[in-house]
Design a protein around this ligand. Structure first.
Ligand code: NAD
Length: 497
């Protein structure tokens, strides 16, 4: 097998995986489940066990929130001058940067993510921390408001202990999007990683301790969603909650937070459209959309999974895509030749296969048959890319599959394209493709979604809010200044003159 130069596991990765049961991290110490329960995390590319992890229980989660509350009140993190807090966050970014290969290997092994994509996720984590560490220093903590007859100001404070529940597709990157703004604002964090991919977040907790993040500021509670995640969502001592994952679980988390009147940020699923007009360069557009649907094996919330194509280029576009999809090199995630790795688990592979079956049964035309893929020497959870066509009412065109499956349909006019793109319960991200930039802007602004991209897909940039509406989320979004403001509570201070 031709392997990536970094395929040799880093000694730190080897020693981390050999430590025996990996615990959670609470109050600066490694902790194990009160009832001794554990779960395994596996390599999706081989199916082999990578590590055994402590499965924290509700009482453990409660102690983690207590530790975060105590750290907020007593260890001075929230009262540090903002530049000193940001210096610690920069040090954490430095430490992650120094161990980029270690984090990227852990992420690649645990998620089945192509190694270079894992490197890019680690870089994104570092950028997030630095972006917020810079931004926080320029945020006005006290804004004087000019009103007749009064002296008035709004003062911004940190909230206190904040909860974060993270999914398995971008565990490390999303952890950064969550804790970055929360930490620089002075909050303390309790992070629940997904049970399929806890390794990078657990390793982060050790690195954070090393760089001097005070004990209790970053706590990590690994465990099962319905036990550990539910206990975190139910905890009334949290002051804010952020959930990234499926709409089904998002609703449960929001219900728990609603009962406790804890503000919640939800970043949920998607069923994005790419609207392709007849004046595009067909080959270039096919290259980019095939790249997007095969990126991380299609396990990307904002992916373009519905391709709406103007009639005059429909046939040539479909043929160009099929040609490219057939050539995608499916292989082990750390093999340099691989373009697309496995999906995260056998459960996820079965989900993708069952949608292909349901879609076909519901009348979809199979333009490129997907299905399970075999990779020599690796008994992992591999699937082939698939392309379906037909009525957009088909289940495979309506529901989030979360695999390398696209659904294509023709349109005639711009109005029809906008109507079809917006005819979905989701509202995360769509793209428009045309050489007419005026039309592109008009269409992008007409999307009933949080993001409208032009001649590109999956464009998330620090500084530009990334959020979903409808079934794709609520509560403010991520990666922009608004997120930093979300992690502050306001107090209005006023004196009649
Ligand atoms: P999921 O909802 O199954 O799980 C997400 C997290 O919630 C995991 O940590 C899980 O352990 C936890 N969880 C499960 N049950 C719980 C419960 N009852 N109470 C509290 N927590 C619970 O989602 P997933 O399968 O891990 O991730 C895929 C989903 O995430 C897709 O829908 C995808 O679109 C979405 N996603 C959205 C974004 C975004 O930014 N909008 C980013 C990545 C993923």
């Amino acid at each position: 097998m031709k392997t990536h130069p970094k395929f040799q596991l880093h000694p730190e990765v080897k020693s981390f995986l050999k430590r025996g049961t990996l615990g959670g991290f609470v109050g600066g110490k490694e902790v194990f489940a009160s009832n001794g329960e554990t779960f395994n995390t596996n390599d999706p590319g081989t199916g082999a066990k990578l590590a055994t992890i402590a499965s924290l229980q509700p009482d453990d989660v409660s102690r983690a929130v207590d530790a975060a509350a105590q750290a907020f009140e007593k260890n001075g993190w929230s009262r540090l001058p903002v530049n000193e807090r940001c210096a610690v966050v920069h040090r954490l970014a430095d430490a992650v940067e120094k161990r980029k290969a270690v984090f990227a290997q852990l992420e690649s092994l645990d998620c089945g993510k192509i190694y270079l994509q894992a490197v890019s996720d680690v870089e994104n984590f570092i950028t997030t921390l630095r972006y917020y560490a810079e931004l926080a220093q320029h945020l006005q903590r006290r804004t004087v408001i000019a009103v007749p007859g009064h002296e008035a100001a709004v003062v911004r404070h940190a909230w206190g202990p904040c909860g974060f529940i993270i999914p398995w597709n971008f565990p490390f990157l999303l952890c950064g999007w969550g804790i970055g703004p929360a930490l620089v604002a002075g909050n303390t964090c309790v992070v629940k990683p997904a049970e399929d991919t806890p390794l990078s977040t657990l390793f982060l907790a050790h690195v954070a301790k090393e760089v001097g993040l005070p004990d209790g500021v970053l706590n990590v509670v690994p465990g099962l969603g319905e036990v550990t995640g539910a206990a975190l969502a139910h905890n009334p001592r949290l002051r804010r909650m952020s959930f990234t994952g499926s709409p089904e679980v998002g609703r449960l988390v929001a219900e728990s937070c609603g009962r406790n009147l804890v503000p919640v940020k939800l970043e949920l699923g998607g069923k994005g459209a790419a609207v392709v007009f007849g004046d595009v360069d067909v080959d270039q557009t096919a290259d980019k959309l095939v790249d997007a649907i095969t990126f991380h094996s299609g396990q990307v919330c904002c992916d373009a999974t519905r391709w709406l194509v103007q009639r005059d280029v429909y046939d040539s576009f479909v043929n160009a895509c099929i040609k490219r999809l057939k050539k995608v090199n499916i292989g082990y995630q750390m093999d340099a030749a691989s373009k697309m790795g496995p999906v995260v688990s056998e459960k996820q592979r079965q989900r993708v296969l069952s949608y292909l079956e349901k879609g076909e049964r519901g009348g979809a035309k199979v333009l490129l048959e997907g299905g399970a893929a075999k990779v020599a020497g690796h008994a992992g959870h591999y699937v082939k890319p698939a392309l379906l066509a037909g009525s957009l009412d088909n289940v495979a065109a309506r529901e989030e599959i979360f695999g390398p499956v696209a659904y294509v349909a023709p349109f005639k006019t711009e109005d029809e394209a906008i109507r079809l793109a917006n005819d979905t319960d989701y509202g995360l991200a769509n793209s428009v493709w045309s050489s007419d930039l005026t039309r592109c802007r008009r269409v992008a602004e007409s999307f009933d979604a949080g993001n409208g991209w032009i001649n590109s897909h999956n464009v998330v940039v620090h500084g530009v809010p990334y959020a979903g509406i409808k079934k794709s989320g609520m509560g403010g979004g991520v990666v922009s200044i608004e997120t930093l403001l979300d992690y502050h509570r306001n107090i209005s201070v006023i004196r009649p003159l």
